[in-house]
Design a protein around this ligand. Structure first.
Ligand code: TSX
Ligand code: MN
Length: 583
């Protein structure tokens, strides 16, 4: 498929290491996709769902020990340990390559190696980047075909360049003890073994588009962020774009596909991306964003016509479901939190017979859909725009019971970076571990930053100085609780009311009051027309409890201490300024 010498010599080297029986180049044609699907069904890798109700849809089950990303087995392999930083696992590249070579040695014997040339970003965009993933998994191939742009056209764009990320994956034995997800940012390489789960093996996504790309962005003066991108159209037809970072379990995909409430009918949300944003300074001095992905790899449980009808519609065809419940009555799928009654019987994510009385979950809590973004009813017309979309506001969020108000605006870029760096979420019963524990997750990048996070903060600060016309930075919290432990804010579509204040602030059209933590709206500034919420509750949602915040500052200081001297002075200054304002 190519005469590119760099590609061919690397492929020969990887073939010699893994010794596959066959090599198949993925060209992206429908004929090849159909063939791969048929083979995967014949091998039991995929189950063909009801093709009348769910055309082109399939179900896959992973091994029981292989259902999520594994952060303790994820490594950033840089020459110097400090370049990976205190929040990443590190190993020296030569040591890790030696260890992995032993694991990869001959591991594709009797198997087929698939060569997937893929592009992150749209064809023809100056910001797109190319990767080639070698894998022995048809499931990976079929997912990559949805999540990225795959095929001959990518090799044409690559030409004879050696500028591509070299990705190697082998399922081997799905042995959790020898599972490795390893990044070598200094030589554009990702090697991963003994897993078949999405986040560990769809190497274009977290591994490339966040970990390797964040390292590239640091060197080259742009940013790879764990952010959704949405366009908000007002009744006059003007669209403004927001990029937003949230820790897991905050409903990022739901926000990216938000449907406005009845009362705000003239508004419309357009989805540009639900997970990753590559941000660059445009010729006009604004910050511009592209979504490098081509699909959504979304969490299924909790997705319903109430929480996210657009996501459901996106998954009605050509979608791969992973670890959901199979409804055996009609060969469709189900998960906890989907509308209506659960099926009377089915096969659960482990492959066991299931009924609602089984006492176990039908779908794994981290079960997923892989669906083409183009099928989303609210996909933005700018989804593939080569230069991306101009960002008016950056929004950080968290799940906080008491600390953070519904929304606040940072004083300036530097303070905004601090607001992002102090992002945190309180664990819910749904997550593993204790309930109510604060997890610090700056910019939602803790698991995804491919270099020292102290340098990452410095890069954010540096970018602020280089953007002539920077977006304003905000923080939101949809999850504040009242004294009875009830959510005070209705969330979901009504979050649009908060986004409207945010965009009005960006245009100088809305008021705010100055508080110790930033600019907050007055109750009158949030439109609650048609909402069943008392003035008193709104006041509470917009209040700042100084004693709670003083405790919060202590937690922030403790967290930042791990970065030692490498932590930028500006961050230390901001924490001192916040302390002083709270005193
Ligand atoms: O996704 C959510 N968003 C963002 C939506 C655009 N969720 C789902 C949980 C995260 C996966 C939310 N849950 C949101 C939210 O804004 N808010 C809440 C909390 C909440 C839950 C239920 C109700 C209100 C708030 N209402 C009733 O139960 C009637
Ligand atoms: Mn994510």
């Amino acid at each position: 498929m190519t005469n590119n010498k760099a590609v061919l010599s690397w492929l020969e080297e990887m073939k010699a290491l893994t010794t596959p029986d066959n090599v198949v180049w993925i060209d992206g044609t429908q004929e090849q996709i159909d063939k791969l699907r048929a083979e995967a069904v014949a091998e039991g890798e995929l189950f063909k769902l009801n093709q009348e109700k769910l055309p082109g849809c399939y179900l896959h089950r992973t091994a029981e020990n292989d259902v999520a990303r594994v952060e303790d087995r994820t490594f950033i392999c840089t020459t110097k340990k400090e370049d990976a930083g205190p929040t990443n696992n590190w190993e020296a590249p030569d040591v890790m390559y030696a260890k992995l070579r032993k694991l990869f040695d001959g591991c594709m014997k009797g198997r087929t190696m698939y060569v997937i040339p893929y592009m992150m970003g749209s064809y023809g965009s100056p910001f797109s980047k190319i990767g080639i993933e070698l894998t022995d998994s048809r499931y990976v191939v079929l997912n990559m075909l949805i999540m990225t742009r795959v095929g001959t056209k990518v090799l044409e764009e690559l030409g004879d360049s050696d500028d591509f990320v070299k990705c190697l994956h082998a399922k081997k034995d799905i042995d959790a003890e020898n599972r490795y997800i390893c990044h070598f940012p200094e030589d554009n390489t990702i090697w991963t073994i003994n897993s078949g789960y999405g986040g560990n093996v769809l190497l274009g996504k977290k591994c490339f588009a966040l970990r390797i790309a964040s390292h590239m962005g640091h060197k080259e003066g742009w940013m790879a962020e764990h952010m959704l991108i949405l366009g908000l159209e007002n009744p006059e037809g003007e669209v403004k774009y927001i990029a937003a970072a949230f820790p897991s379990a905050c409903g990022k995909t739901n926000l990216a596909m938000l449907i406005p409430p009845e009362m705000l009918k003239g508004y419309k949300v357009w989805t540009v991306g639900d997970d990753i944003a590559w941000l660059r300074i445009g010729k006009d001095g604004r910050l511009w964003a592209v979504n490098p992905e081509a699909g959504f790899f979304g969490v299924a449980p909790g997705t319903s016509t109430k929480t996210n009808p657009n996501a459901l519609k996106t998954t009605m065809k050509d979608t791969i479901f992973t670890n959901v419940l199979l409804n055996t009555a009609d060969n469709t799928v189900w998960w906890e939190g989907l509308d209506g009654e659960p099926p009377k019987e089915g096969i659960d994510w482990k492959g066991n017979p299931w009924t609602p009385e089984s006492g176990v979950k039908g779908a794994h809590p981290n079960s997923r859909f892989t669906a083409p973004a183009k099928q989303c009813p609210c996909i933005s017309s700018e989804f593939e725009a080569p230069e991306g979309v101009p960002i008016s506001a950056i929004v950080f969020g968290g799940r906080r019971a008491k600390t953070a108000p519904l929304v606040y605006e940072a004083f300036d870029w530097q303070h905004g970076v601090f607001v992002g760096a102090t992002m945190a979420s309180e664990t819910t019963a749904a997550a593993a571990g204790a309930v109510g524990v604060v997890r610090r997750d700056p910019m939602a990048m803790i698991p995804f930053c491919g270099y020292n996070m102290a340098d990452y903060f410095a890069h954010w600060l540096e970018m602020g100085k280089k953007i002539p016309n920077p977006p304003k930075i905000f923080h939101v919290n949809w999850f504040r609780l009242d004294e009875n432990g009830k959510f005070m804010w209705p969330g979901f579509g009504d979050n649009l009311r908060v986004l409207n204040w945010i965009l009005d602030r960006c245009e100088g059209k809305a008021d705010a009051k100055e508080t110790a933590i930033g600019y907050l709206p007055e109750a009158k500034d949030i439109n609650i027309e048609g909402l069943d919420i008392s003035a008193e509750t709104l006041e509470k949602l917009l209040s700042v409890d100084k004693s709670v915040w003083k405790e919060e500052v202590e937690g922030q200081k403790e967290f930042f201490a791990k970065f030692g001297d490498r932590l930028p002075k500006e961050i230390k200054d901001e924490i001192e300024k916040l302390s002083a304002r709270l005193a």
